[in-house]
Ligand binder design. Structure first.
Ligand code: UDX
Ligand code: ADP
Length: 458
């Protein structure tokens, strides 16, 4: 039996520990957090995050070998293996502001581990961190006067929000990086043994520490790059009457390219892609690799353009003004099946429309509370409406900003009748049936497709 501890019970730590506890009844798994409200929620029926399948997984192990607690120090002392999944946002101040990772939470955690340990432990990096952070972690942990040695392992998370449980249960691969020393290899094996309880051995990849850290950033940079690439093609489609869905299908059938992550959109959001690319940019600049830095930075720039271009398209289409017009935003989450609205393109689009002095109503099945928080002061000017029909009532336009299945299944005929005419739909996720909407009387604008309007001469 091992005592497994996770510091940081957020979107990564919570689901990861729940799945480990479910499959490893022989181990005691505890997730701790400084946020007492969050811990109380993990202990209750209303979990702090929405993830399909999460509740069942938590219930299968909670109270048996899965525990949530705020007693960080006591649990550090008891732990054999400590996963660290605290937040590492982009720095907003000082050197590297806007690009480098803010490591204050992470460093505090490392120091807390040293202070409260009386036995050697394996410390596993789970947060996304800049390359070579594990080296800094080793230094902090092993500069102790207690004679304790800590092995540091990099085990990047590849789970995506909205599919976190599925990704953990059936991962494409699990990556575990460690030192090539004897004790480093023993530590790697201890983490391999945990995952091997449910993941086929050939999907568990072991590497050195640096490869593991860099692979995480590289994987996210490649994924984000695909989205920016298809979005760049979408802009060309809008000028040439090509249809981006047809182009994506045509290129995706090439085995070498593959069909995934080619959905043109209002841009990628979430807490990883932008942050990880900026980390890569910062790292490249640090090593004087300016062309490499500029190459990756362009992926982020393209993503920003995608959002401003969408808003510009809305304003243009609505006779060059949205001032005072009620606009219903369908979706606040950064993607479907999550309640997370951090870095959501929907929030940026909402802000930009507020600047144009539109009257904004947002509807979302799970992310309204988080949207309110993400909007900050601007939230006062926004109406939050859980019912999409009520949100669209009296609106000039609907903008689809999150690809929730629920939005595809609405009665758009009834909605059309309740809207101001001419009614507009801007499908920022290309999920609706544009021809059918046009037949219902809407003026339809999508991403990377010719508009379908009822205006004479259009
Ligand atoms: C991502 C990585 O996928 C995951 O492996 C990593 O561990 C964390 O970062 P996540 O940010 O949770 O996961 O979601 P993801 O599914 O990758 O979507 C990111 C953003 O890209 C969303 O805003 C999504 O809507 C957008 N997206 C995705 C597109 O616009 N088009 C696509 O084709 C795919
Ligand atoms: P991620 O998406 O990376 O999981 P979250 O913000 O969802 O990020 O989760 C990170 C969690 O880490 C938060 O719940 C936060 O309260 C917690 N946290 C940050 N610093 C500490 C710390 N020093 N000790 C314990 N928990 C921490």
């Amino acid at each position: 039996m091992s005592n497994i501890l996770c510091i940081g019970a957020g979107h990564v730590g919570g689901p990861t520990m729940a799945v480990i506890a479910k499959h490893c009844p022989q181990h005691r798994v505890v997730a701790v957090d400084i946020n007492a409200e969050k811990i109380a929620a993990w202990q209750s029926d209303r979990l702090p995050i929405y993830e399909p399948g999460l509740k069942d997984t938590v219930l299968s192990a909670r109270g048996r070998n899965l525990f949530f607690s705020t007693e960080i120090e006591r649990h550090i002392a008891e732990a054999d293996i400590i996963f660290v999944s605290v937040n590492t946002p982009t720095k907003t101040f000082g050197r590297g502001a806007g690009k480098a990772a803010d490591l204050q939470y992470w460093e505090k955690t490392a120091r807390q581990i040293v202070e409260n340990s009386t036995s050697p432990k394996i410390v596993v990096e789970k947060s996304t961190l800049p390359v070579r952070t594990s080296e800094a972690m080793e230094r902090i942990l092993n500069s102790n006067d207690k004679g304790l040695f800590f092995d540091v392992i990099s085990n990047p998370e590849f789970l995506a929000e909205g599919t976190a449980i599925r990704d953990m249960e059936d991962p494409d691969r699990v990556l575990i990086g460690g030192r090539e020393t004897d004790s480093g290899q023993v530590a790697v094996q201890a983490i391999v043994d945990i995952y091997a309880q449910w993941v086929p051995r050939d999907r568990i990849i072991t590497t050195n520490l640096w490869s593991s850290e860099l692979s995480k950033l590289a994987a996210n940079a490649f994924l984000a790059q695909r989205i920016s690439s298809i979005n760049a093609i979408a802009s060309l489609c809008e000028k040439t009457e090509a249809d981006v869905s047809e182009v994506a299908h045509a290129i995706g059938t090439d085995d070498r390219i593959g069909p995934n992550f080619l959905r043109a959109s209002i841009g990628f959001g979430g807490s990883c892609f932008k942050k990880d690319i900026l980390n890569l940019v910062y790292l490249s600049e640090y090593y004087g690799l300016n062309e490499v830095a500029a190459y990756w930075e362009q992926v982020v720039k393209m993503n920003e353009y995608q959002k401003t271009n969408f808003v510009a398209k809305m304003v243009d289409a609505m006779f060059n003004t949205v001032t005072g017009k009620r606009i219903a935003l369908f979706g606040a989450a950064f993607k479907a099946n999550t309640s997370d609205a951090r870095n959501s393109p929907a929030i940026d689009i909402c802000q930009a429309l507020l600047e144009e002095r539109a009257q904004i109503v947002i509807t979302d099945p799970h992310a309204l509370d988080n949207a309110r928080e993400a909007l900050g002061e601007a939230a006062e000017k926004v109406v939050f409406e859980p019912d999409p029909y009520a949100a669209a009532q009296g609106a000039h336009a609907i903008a689809i900003l999150t690809e929730w299945r629920q939005f595809v299944e609405l009665d758009y005929g009834a909605i059309h009748e309740a809207m101001i005419q001419p009614a507009f739909i801007f499908d920022g996720r290309n999920i609706l049936d544009h021809r059918a909407l046009h037949d219902l009387g809407y003026n339809v604008y999508a991403i990377g497709k010719p508009p379908r309007t009822h205006f004479p001469g259009a």
